[in-house]
Each structure stands twice: as structure tokens, then as C-alpha cells.
Design a protein around this ligand. Structure first.
Ligand code: HEC
Length: 179
């Protein structure tokens, strides 16, 4: 008799559990449903201002990211030394050319001559200046690297287009064009 009562009880539970599929099941054990973890965008009483998505601590950088120490300081960047200085090897120039031709040529011209022959820049109101001018010849490598990394005036930064480890090759390629 006792066994019969028990199985009746189990049956009634299972009927309750799988009866109406459009409604959530009855929670018999609630611990698993009500997890203490904070869900995305949820209010968090323990967080500053209650915002669950915490701001990374100051100075945090993504993995593999190399911070550019000169910020917006063009003058300080003058002293940024080119680790590939004078390296006009085929390997360096081919890499530089690859990035120059994909990222810079449309505005500064295939040979660095400026906007006259550049496909896109001909029509621009502010003409992109040449790379082979006396002005840029007189710049340090660090200054050219700086403009690639941070941009200048209406020219945007190309840091996200050219990984840091290939930017000096672009600088050397510009030096090659200047010859
Ligand atoms: C969308 C067009 C455009 C592209 C692409 C572009 N630039 Fe420029 N660049 C400009 C313009 C416009 C200026 C002038 C900006 C100013 O001074 O306001 C400029 C300025 C410069 C200068 C300074 C020239 C001077 O005489 O002051 C350098 C160096 C330079 N760019 C290098 C590059 C390199 C290297 C690339 C490729 C990584 C590149 N630019 C890509 C438009 C472009």
C-alpha cells in the first residue's frame, strides 16, 4: 500500500512537470534555476553604481597590443628610433611596398608623388601632399612612423590597418621612393 501511494505521488509530480508545454515547469528544486551569477546588463548591488559590466582598470591593454608611447606628441616622436634603419633589403621593401600600395598609394601616389596621379586623391578638396618632398625627406623616420600611427590633420591614423611590426617597413619604402 505504501509503495502504491509513493508511485501515485511520483506520477502526479511527473504529470505536473510535463503537462502544459507553453508554461515553464514547476521548480521543485530552485537552486539551479536561480544562479547567483550576474547576467549581462543586469543590475549588480555590489558593483560601483550598480553597473555589472565593469570598466577595465586604467592602463589595461588587449593581449598582443603594443602601446604607442608618444601619444599625440609629434615632437617627441622625432626621437623614435627606426630598428630597421637603412635596411633596404628586398624583404623589407617588399613588405613596405605591399602596405604602401594598399593603404597609402590611393592618396599619396604610386611613387609618392602626391595627389596628381593618385586615383582617389585627385578629387579631394585638400590634396594629400607628396612623400618625396624636401619636407618629408627632412623628417626623421620616427616622424613618418608617427603620422602612420596617429594620422595628421584630416588624414586618419593607419594603426589599425598596418600592424606595428610592419610600419617601419613602410617608412623604409617611403625612403626608397625618395631616392
Ligand atoms: C585618404 C587619403 C590618405 C591616405 C589613404 C593616406 N594619407 Fe597621408 N595624408 C593625407 C592628407 C590629406 C594629408 C595632409 C593632412 C593634413 O596635414 O591635414 C596627409 C599627410 C601625410 C603625411 C605628412 C605630409 C606633409 O607634407 O605634411 C605623411 C608622412 C603621410 N600622410 C603618410 C601617409 C602614409 C605612410 C599612408 C599610408 C599608411 C598615408 N599617408 C595614407 C591623406 C591620406
Amino acid at each position: 500500500m505504501k509503495l502504491f501511494k509513493l508511485s501515485l505521488l511520483a506520477l502526479s509530480f511527473s504529470l505536473v512537470a510535463c503537462g502544459d508545454k507553453s508554461k515553464p515547469n514547476i521548480e521543485l528544486i530552485q537552486d539551479m534555476m536561480e544562479s547567483p551569477s550576474i547576467k549581462a546588463q543586469e543590475y549588480d548591488v555590489n558593483a560601483p553604481n550598480g553597473i555589472s559590466a565593469r570598466v577595465p582598470p586604467a592602463g589595461t591593454v588587449p593581449r598582443g597590443f603594443e602601446p604607442y608611447p608618444y601619444g599625440n606628441d609629434f615632437e617627441a616622436a622625432t626621437n623614435n628610433k627606426n630598428p630597421l634603419i637603412g635596411d633596404m633589403s628586398e624583404e623589407v621593401l617588399m613588405t613596405g611596398q605591399k602596405y604602401y600600395n594598399t593603404q597609402c598609394m590611393v592618396c599619396h601616389g604610386m611613387k609618392g608623388e602626391g595627389s596628381e596621379k593618385a586615383t582617389v586623391a585627385q578629387l579631394m578638396a585638400l590634396k594629400p601632399p607628396p612623400m618625396i618632398s624636401d619636407k618629408i625627406k627632412g623628417w626623421t623616420d620616427g616622424q613618418i612612423y608617427h603620422v602612420i600611427t596617429m594620422g595628421q590633420g584630416v588624414m586618419g591614423p593607419y594603426a589599425s590597418h598596418i600592424p606595428a611590426k610592419y610600419r617601419w617597413q613602410v617608412v623604409n619604402y617611403i625612403r626608397h621612393l625618395q631616392k
